[in-house]
Each structure stands twice: as structure tokens, then as C-alpha cells.
Design a protein around this ligand. Structure first.
Ligand code: OAD
Length: 250
């Protein structure tokens, strides 16, 4: 079976895409693995666990404030734009983009039906009353000032990020999209972190045609029907053109 067969045999074509840190690398954001296991100079467990927030909230807050400020210094790259173009090319309701990334480059690239399964840097959340809100004003971005909850007055909200040991967001919706799709694309993720890494096996088991894009083969590379080695920003635009030329509209 080939990509052309998948597109010819099923109409309307349902597409799901899973992205990871690799898709934002060409925009200048560091990936998690591949820098001696350090993320921007930190061990993940020092900054991305509920325990770290409990023990040293200042350190965790400072780390995420830096990441939050960094959003204004980076822009979407051709891979982000290509996925938005693909979404525009398929029938409404037939495209779901699932990202593990907490940056906002997919939405700024034009993607609409987007699930941030690991949360979003732009958003903060109160652990007392669960109120969450976007907090990107200059008054919200200082390193050493916590933001109090405007609803219940709790002294500090946390980043709305899914940390290790916490359950990812919208699992039911994203699994349904993976189960329903005929074409599953996986871009720039190392396949280390579950449950995201298990979605490829699920898609394959449920009959989707699975295509991967990565600089290096990820851990679960064996599940792909096609694997393309290289930079997402170079590989995705021609792939999307190819799909559009194959006439993905019903
Ligand atoms: P990783 O850092 O584990 O993997 C990034 C992947 O992107 C690697 O496989 C690289 O080979 C690939 N890559 C790098 N540059 C690329 C490029 N230009 N084009 C294509 N591929 C490229 O990041 P994730 O798999 O996203 O979770 O990590 C998953 C989760 O682990 C993250 O969401 C985060 C982290 O801990 C939380 O924070 C909860």
C-alpha cells in the first residue's frame, strides 16, 4: 500500500498528526533530549515534575517564565505552516493536530483543530480552584514574581503544563482522532514519553497509514509504513503539496 492508495480508497480522508519538540527546533527552540539529557541546562525532573514545584517553586517558576518570554522571540517555521495548509486542504472536521509541544507555534502558523496534550506555556492554572487563564502581559512575565489567582486569591498559580506523573489533556478526544484517522503523521518526536509515544502503535493497529518525519529514527520507528529522515521544515512542505496534488478533497 502507498500514500496514493490511502488517498484514493477513502473519502473524505481523515488525518491525525502528532508533533513533538523537533518541529519547533528550526524555529530556535531546544528539544528535550539530545543535549546530554538536559533541557536548557536543567534536568527534566528539576523543573517538570509536581515534586519540583512543591520543593522549589521559585526555581520551577523562573524556568517556565524564561520559556514563556522566549515565545515572543521565535516564529513558526515552514513545517508549522505546512500542517496548517494540510488542515485547510482536507474536509472540515477531518483533521486533528495533537502536539506535545507547549509553545504556541502551531496556532501562530494557522492550525485550528489543535490539542495541546502537555498544556500550554501561555496559560497558568490555580491548584486551589482550578481556574486557568492566559497570562502573557508584561506584568505576568517577571522571573521572581508569582501570579496570584484572580478568582480565589491563592498566592501563586502554576504553569498549565502537564508534568511527569500527571495525566495529559484531552486523552479521549485525541485517542478518538487517532482511532478514526486513515492517515497518521508523526513529526519530530523521539518516542520516549508515554502515552504520546503509544499513539503510533494505536494508529497502526487501527489501520491508519503511518508516516514519520524525524532527523533520526525515533524509538518506535518500526511502526511506520514510511519513515522520512530529515528536517521537518524541509520534508513537510513537499509532502503537503504532494497530498494536495493527490486531491485530498472529497
Ligand atoms: P525530544 O526532545 O525527546 O525529541 C525531539 C525529536 O525531534 C528527536 O527525535 C529529534 O531527532 C527530532 N528533531 C530534532 N530536530 C528536528 C527537525 N528539525 N526536524 C525533525 N525532527 C527533529 O522531544 P519530544 O519527543 O517532543 O513533556 O518529547 C516528548 C515530551 O518529553 C515533551 O512533550 C516533554 C518532554 O519531557 C513534558 O514536558 C510533559
Amino acid at each position: 500500500m502507498s500514500l496514493a492508495d490511502v488517498i484514493a480508497s477513502d473519502r473524505p480522508l481523515r488525518v491525525a498528526v502528532l508533533t513533538g519538540a523537533g518541529i519547533s527546533a528550526e524555529s530556535g527552540l531546544r528539544t528535550f533530549r539530545g543535549n546530554d539529557g538536559l533541557w536548557e541546562g536543567h534536568r527534566i525532573e528539576e523543573v517538570a515534575t509536581p515534586e519540583a514545584w512543591e520543593i522549589d517553586p521559585q526555581n520551577v517558576w523562573r524556568f517556565y517564565q524564561q520559556r514563556r518570554r522566549q515565545l515572543s522571540e521565535v516564529d513558526p517555521n515552514p513545517a508549522h505552516f505546512a500542517l496548517a495548509e494540510l488542515e485547510d486542504g482536507v474536509e472540515d472536521g477531518c483533521f486533528t493536530l495533537i502536539t506535545q509541544n507547549v509553545d504556541d507555534l502551531h496556532e501562530r502558523g494557522g492550525s485550528r483543530n489543535l490539542i495541546h496534550m502537555h498544556g500550554e506555556l501561555r496559560v497558568v492554572r490555580c491548584e486551589e480552584c482550578a481556574h486557568n487563564f492566559e497570562a502573557m502581559g508584561a506584568e505576568h512575565l517577571a522571573d521572581d514574581e508569582f501570579i496570584p489567582c484572580p478568582e480565589c486569591g491563592h498566592e501563586k498559580v502554576r504553569p498549565d503544563i502537564v508534568w511527569f506523573g500527571e495525566e495529559p489533556y484531552q486523552m479521549d478526544d485525541l485517542m478518538q482522532a487517532v482511532i478514526d484517522c486513515e492517515l497518521f503523521l508523526v513529526v519530530g518526536t523521539s518516542g520516549h514519553v508515554h502515552p504520546a509515544a503509544g499513539l503510533l502503535g494505536l494508529a497502526r493497529m487501527r489501520g491508519a497509514y503511518c508516516v514519520g518525519f524525524n532527523l533520526d529514527p525515533p524509538l518506535n520507528v518500526g511502526y511506520f509504513h514510511e519513515f522520512h529522515e530529515g528536517a521537518a521544515g524541509e520534508l513537510l512542505p513537499p509532502l503537503v503539496q504532494q497530498l494536495i496534488e493527490l486531491d485530498i478533497q472529497p
